[in-house]
Design a protein around this ligand. Sequence first.
Ligand SMILES: [Zn+2]
Ligand SMILES: [Zn+2]
Length: 212
Amino acid sequence: MGELRAGIVPVTPFQQNCTILFDDVSKRGVVVDPGGDVERILAAIQDNGLVIEAIWITHGHIDHVGGAEELKAALGVEIVGPHKDDAPLLSNIATQGRMYGIEGARNCSPDRFLDEGETVSFDGHAFEVLHCPGHAPGHVVYYNRAAGFAHVGDVLFSGSIGRTDLPGGDHDALIRSIKEKLLPLGDEIGFICGHGPGGRFGDERRSNPFLV
Ligand SMILES: [Zn+2]
Ligand SMILES: [Zn+2]
C-alpha cells in the first residue's frame, strides 16, 4: 500500500472540487462528488493511469452528484453514499439542473447509503463515515485517520461554512456537526472541501468567523 493522494477536477459552473482519491503506488482510487463535466473527470482518470473502484457522494446537491450516474455508466462502478436522509434531494437532481441551467444532470440512485460509524475503503485506505447534517440532511464526511485527512464536502470551508438556506438546511445542526464531530478530530487534520481551497481544522477552530 502506498500513500494516499488527492487530485481535484473543478466541475460545473459552481466550480465544485470533484476529488479523485488514490493510492500513489497501485493507482487505485475513488471519485468523490462527480457533479458534472464527466468528460473532464474521465480524462483526468485516464491521463493519470488510475483505476477507479467506486464513486463516493458527500451530499445530494446537483454540483456534487449531477454527473454520478453518467460516470457510473462509463466506469461500471457503484455509487456509495451519502446518508439516506438525502434521498429526496437525489431524486430531484434533474429538476435542480433545469433551475440552475445545467444540462444533462441526472437523478441519482446510490447503490448503497451510508450511516454514521461505517467505514468505506479502497486498496487498504479506510475512511470513517461521519454523518454531518446542516448544509444537507444526509451530508457525510469521509475521514482517513491514518493520513489525518478529511473530505468535508460543503460542511466546512476555509474561512466559511456551508449555506443553510437550501431545502433541509439547518444552521444549528451544521454548527453542531462541525464543533462536535469535525473539530474534535484534531487541529492537525487537513481537509478538502467542496469549493475553494482546503485547510486545517486548527486554523478554522481559531479563526473561522462562523465558529469563533
Ligand atoms: Zn451543497
Ligand atoms: Zn457544493
